[in-house]
Design a protein. Sequence first.
Length: 291
Amino acid sequence: MGLDLYKLNHLIAVAEEGSFTRAAARLHLSQQALSTSVRTLEREVGVALFERSATGVTVLPAGRALIADARLLHGLADSAVQRARRIGRSEPERLRVGHTPAVTGDEVTALLRKHQTDPELIIDVNQRYPDELVTQLLGGRLDLGLGRALTLAHGLVGTTLIRQRLNVAVAEGHRLAGREDLRLSDLDGEEITVWGHPGRSGYTDLLVNLCRDAGFEPRVRRNPIQGTPPVTAVLDTEGVAFVTAPPGPAAGGAVRVIELRPAVHVPLQALWPQHSTSDARQAFLSSAQGF
């Protein structure tokens, strides 16, 4: 039996809306037509996917599993159509890259330029928050994702491209700004700016665990201004921030980046959809890691 992508789309809409009524409105279908479509899908699969009640619907475990794979199928189908269309129209290949705020635009640009094997390749680079990055990779809207300490979602594969040295940024007027280097333990008692909530961000958790390994429980504060370069997080504050920028002045001299000793390194990861095809992505990965 072949799965119908339209029925799978109906399944996803009902799960996301939590209601057949709202999902039908979103899909511009009658509620009866939507209900019939989902019940037909349940008969084809052979198990119940939703538990229906007067207050709405609850997705059952089988439904959650099918929805996860359905999103992959939709993404693969969209990618396949775009690839065939590009080849048929003799259009140049395009590599769509997303990166989380933990990886700066400068780092992404340097990495892509170093490993770009086709000078005619068109590269689109956009910043995405981790959840959005995963959604767009699975949905076929991105070919490659770059981040730090990301958890692999179902349907994605990944590798660590490089490990970069971690340093500490402080405002020029901070009491530590005159130091040539710092130990992690020197940050005990400092307010450390992070970009994600502890327990909900793999990279934040990695940084917190580094501090714990150094013997102290860090005081963390989530940066209220998201999406800006990490070195700017300490501007006009008494806090510190972990960055991968090199030691020295930054942000026009308003920030000082101080070297951590002994050296601490953090990963820069690449993620991509497991079963999708991208010659440009494969060429980049082969150049960057030799596989």
